[in-house]
Design a protein around this ligand. Structure first.
Ligand SMILES: [Zn+2]
Length: 247
């Protein structure tokens, strides 16, 4: 007697076994699809942190550049001032001397303004340096955190792939134990809808849709003479709860 001739009761039991297997395969596939997305999110959070650091570094560079240009303006004024002073030593009229004096005063005023601006820039530079240090520390922390999480996810991915392969192999061993027509019905069902195809009817209601089973249907299902389906959701009724230990 081949396995395919085994009683319907035994067939349904084996089919429950296959179904549990397929449900865990589905769950593994779902998790495997989710992992690359989780890794992408981690990578995005690392790039966000390093972009924030780069933005602060760029702002600081701008401030330092402005500071250098203001210092250069003061140096140029110093050269100009020396020229005016040299001219003052050679002019003969008071009027010309005073005109040069006003030019020098103008340079002094300009320098005073520039120095005020430099002070503001220095404060801004200090603020940005503190911010940059904070952001660099945050980015380093983020890198470390995500590297750990990423390593854990990659390990999980390897474990799941191994489980997947093992379960696929086991599945191949279960298939020949099920009568082809029943197996075809099962496959047609899981192509169209989610498992389960076999539902536990032993409690008087359908284990899948939870609706009460008619007493006549219950009786028929208990005989295992033919496949009996839930009149509501059309799942195959099995009168023994699927064992959680299988699979
Ligand atoms: Zn049902």
């Amino acid at each position: 007697m081949s396995n395919a001739d085994a009683s319907l009761k035994q067939q349904l039991k084996t089919l429950c076994h296959l179904q549990e297997h397929d449900m865990s395969l589905l769950s593994i596939r779902k998790q495997l699809r989710e992992i690359p997305r989780q890794i992408e999110r981690l990578d995005a959070s690392v790039s966000k942190a390093s972009e924030a650091t780069a933005a602060t570094a760029a702002a600081l560079a701008e401030v330092e550049k402005a500071q250098r240009s203001k210092n250069a303006a003061i140096e140029m004024n110093a050269v100009q001032r020396e020229k005016y002073k040299a001219e003052q030593r050679t002019v003969t009229s008071n009027e010309a001397y005073s005109a040069l004096e006003r030019q020098i005063e103008f340079l002094d005023q300009q320098d005073a303004d520039t120095e005020d601006e430099i002070l503001v820039l220095m404060e801004e530079g200090d603020r940005l340096k503190t911010e940059l240090a904070e952001r660099e520390a945050e980015a380093a922390q983020e890198n470390e955190r995500t590297a750990e999480q990423k390593a854990a996810l990659l390990q999980q991915q390897r474990d799941l792939k191994m489980q997947w392969d093992e379960k696929r192999e086991k599945r191949k061993e279960i298939l020949p134990e099920i009568e082809p027509e029943l197996l075809a019905q099962y496959h047609r069902w899981i192509e169209r809808q989610r498992p389960p195809f076999v539902a536990d009817g032993s409690k008087g209601f359908c284990g899948s849709c939870r609706i009460s089973i008619q007493p006549q249907t219950l009786k028929e299902a208990q005989k295992y003479e033919k496949l009996v389906r839930c009149s509501t959701c059309k799942r195959a009724l099995y009168m023994h709860p699927p064992s959680a230990a299988t699979g």
